[in-house]
Design a binder for this molecule. Structure first.
Ligand code: AMP
Length: 497
C-alpha cells in the first residue's frame, strides 16, 4: 500500500509538516519511513526501516531544512524490506535530481529496467520506484513536468506519486487512479509544535453524504499539501481542495500557485478495498466518509445474511464500523468481545507468513466474561488467507463462546492484487482454493457469509464502473504480465533474499 505526503509551506519548514502528515498515514505501511526536503538549492533525504515516529524524530527533522518536502511510509509490494528499498528514493541524474514517494505497484518494471542505460546494475535496491526515479533523472525534457509528461505514459500499473526536484513537488496519479491522492490547502500558519486551535484543526469541509465535491480552481497563497488520504489533511489543519484526478499531475511549490497538467485520459478505477478496509475510517474517498460507508456495508450484510445471536461484536479495530451497522440493522446488541493491543501493528502488514502468525497472538485478547455462553455474530472486513480468522474463532471458542457466526463485510477475495496490496500469489488466497462452506470449516465457524459485490455497491451508492474490483471478480483493468503475476521480487536474483 504505502502512504505519501507532499508539502509546500512558504516561509516555513516543510519537514515537520510532512512528518505529521505521514504519521497520520502510518496504517498504510509500517516497514520503513522517510522524508526528502528541498531548500531550493538541493535535496536532502532521510529514511530508515521502522515506524514514522522511530525514523523521523525531532532531532532529525530539525536538520532537514526547506519549504518543500515529500514523505513516505512503506508496505512492500515490489522488493524486500531492506534499507535500500525505503523511500523516498533519490537520484542525482545526468539531467536532474529527483526524489520520489510511491504508493502502488507497477506491472511493467522489467520493460522499464530495459530502458535504463546500464540496466539493473545501476540500481542499489530492487523496487519499481527506484527504476522510475533513475529513468526520471535521465529523461529528456526542459523540466521535471516535461520529463514526467513523456515518462508516465510508458509506465504501466498503479501509482500515486509525490515527486520532487529542487523547485517543486508534483502529485501524479496513474490513469486508473487505483490509489488515492488528494490536494489540500494549509492554514495560514500551520502550527506544528503547538496544536492549532480546534476550529482550525477540524476538517473545514465534512463532505455531505452523496455529494461529490466539484474541483474548485486552486488558489494561490498559503501552503499546499498532497496526501494519500484526507485524514492527513485533518491533522495538519488543512482544507480539502479536491482529489488529484486519474491521469493528472498537480504541481505545487512554484511561484504562481498550483497548476494542473493532464498527461493521460482518466479511466477511473479506484481500488474498492480502500473503502472496505485500507484507508482510515475518518478519511473521505469519492465524497464518501469511510466510517459511514463501512457502517452501511454492515447494515446491508445484516439484510443479506441475517443470524440468530445474542451479541454482535467486531474483530477490532477495522471490523467495528460494519459491526455497528450489522447490530443496528439486526437489532442484536453490540458489544466488544476482544481487545486489541494498540501497540501491535497490522498483522497482515508484516511481510512474511511466520511473522504474521506470531502477530495475531500478540495482537488480540478475548474478553471472556462477554463471550462465555453467548451466540456471537463476529464481524470483520475481509478474509484473505484465513489464518488470522481461524485463530480468532479458536480464541473465542476457547473462551467459551456457544456459537460463532462470522459475517464479512466484503466479498471473498479470489484473485491477487497487482496494483499495490500485497495479497501475494493466488494459492495463498483461501477463497481461490475453497468455497464458502469450505472456508467456514477451515476457520471453524458455525456459519459464514460474505457481503456480495452488489451489497458493497448498495452501501457506497456509487457505480461499479468507478472501481477496481479485480481481487473480487478477476477483471484487471491493466493487464498483468506473467512475471509480475508470479512473484513480487521481479528485480531480485533468485536466492538473494
Ligand atoms: P486472514 O484471516 O489471515 O485472511 O486475515 C484477515 C484479517 O486481515 C482481517 O481482519 C483484515 O482486516 C485483515 N486484512 C485484510 N487485508 C489486509 C491487508 N492487505 N493488509 C493488512 N491486513 C489485512
Amino acid at each position: 500500500m504505502c502512504g505519501v505526503v507532499g508539502i509546500h509551506a512558504p516561509g516555513q519548514e516543510a519537514a515537520p509538516l510532512a512528518a505529521l502528515g505521514i504519521f497520520a498515514l502510518q496504517h498504510r505501511g509500517q516497514e520503513s519511513a522517510g522524508l526528502a526536503v528541498s531548500d531550493r538549492d538541493g535535496i536532502m533525504v532521510y529514511k530508515d526501516l521502522g515506524l514514522v515516529s522511530q525514523v523521523l524524530d525531532e532531532r532529525r527533522l530539525a536538520s532537514l531544512r526547506g519549504d518543500l518536502a515529500i514523505a513516505h511510509c512503506r508496505y512492500s509490494t515490489t522488493g524486500s524490506t531492506h534499507w535500500e528499498n525505503a523511500q523516498p528514493t533519490f537520484r542525482l541524474g545526468p539531467r536532474r535530481s529527483v526524489a520520489i514517494g510511491h504508493n502502488g505497484n507497477l506491472v511493467n518494471t522489467r520493460e522499464l529496467v530495459a530502458e535504463l542505460p546500464g540496466g539493473r546494475e545501476r540500481l542499489v535496491g530492487t523496487t519499481d520506484t527506484e527504476v522510475l526515479t533513475a529513468l526520471l533523472s535521465d529523461e529528456p525534457g526542459a523540466d521535471l513536468v516535461a520529463a514526467l509528461t513523456t515518462l508516465l505514459p510508458r509506465v504501466s500499473g498503479a501509482y500515486s506519486l509525490v515527486v520532487m526536484d529542487e523547485g517543486r513537488v508534483i502529485g501524479a496519479r496513474d490513469p486508473y487512479g487505483f490509489r488515492p491522492l488528494c490536494l489540500g490547502r494549509l492554514p495560514a500558519e500551520a502550527v506544528v509544535a503547538e496544536r492549532a486551535p480546534a476550529s482550525a484543526v477540524a476538517p473545514s469541509d465534512p463532505l455531505p453524504w452523496g455529494e461529490e465535491v466539484a474541483a474548485p480552481a486552486p488558489v494561490a497563497g498559503r501552503g499546499w499539501v498532497l496526501a494519500s488520504e484526507t485524514a492527513a489533511l485533518d491533522v495538519l489543519g488543512a482544507e480539502y481542495v479536491r482529489d488529484v484526478e486519474p491521469g493528472e499531475m498537480v504541481v505545487i511549490g512554484e511561484p504562481d500557485g498550483p497548476r494542473s497538467i493532464r498527461f493521460a485520459e482518466s479511466h477511473e478505477r479506484l481500488c474498492v478495498f480502500e473503502l472496505i478496509y485500507f484507508a482510515r475510517p475518518d478519511s473521505y474517498l469519492l465524497g464518501r466518509n469511510l466510517y459511514e460507508a463501512r457502517r452501511r456495508m454492515g447494515e446491508v450484510l445484516a439484510r443479506e445474511a441475517p443470524a440468530e445471536a445474542d451479541l454482535v461484536m467486531p474483530v477490532p479495530d477495522t471490523g467495528a464500523p460494519a459491526a455497528a451497522g450489522f447490530a443496528e440493522a439486526s437489532g442484536i446488541p453490540y458489544r466488544d468481545g476482544m481487545v486489541k493491543n494498540r501497540y501491535a501493528g497490522r498483522t497482515f502488514i508484516q511481510p512474511s507468513q511466520s511473522m504474521r502468525q506470531r502477530g495475531v497472538d500478540m495482537k488480540l485478547s478475548v474478553l471472556r466474561e462477554q463471550v462465555r455462553g453467548k451466540r456471537l455474530v463476529v464481524v470483520d472486513d475481509s478474509i484473505v488467507r484465513g489464518t488470522t480468522t481461524r485463530q480468532i474463532v479458536a480464541l473465542l471458542r476457547r473462551a467459551g463462546a456457544a456459537e460463532v457466526h462470522l459475517r464479512i463485510s466484503a466479498p471473498p477475495i479470489h484473485h491477487p492484487c497487482f496494483y499495490g496490496i500485497d495479497t501475494s500469489i493466488e494459492t495463498e488466497l483461501i477463497a481461490s482454493r475453497l468455497d464458502v462452506p469450505g472456508i467456514r470449516d477451515f476457520v471453524g465457524a458455525d456459519s459464514l457469509a460474505f457481503l456480495s459485490i452488489g451489497g458493497v455497491l448498495d452501501a457506497i451508492d456509487l457505480p461499479r464502473s468507478r472501481f477496481c474490483f479485480a481481487c473480487f471478480d478477476g477483471d484487471y483493468p491493466v493487464p498483468v504480465p506473467y512475471d509480475v503475476a508470479s512473484h513480487k521480487f521481479v528485480l531480485e536474483p533468485a536466492g538473494a533474499r
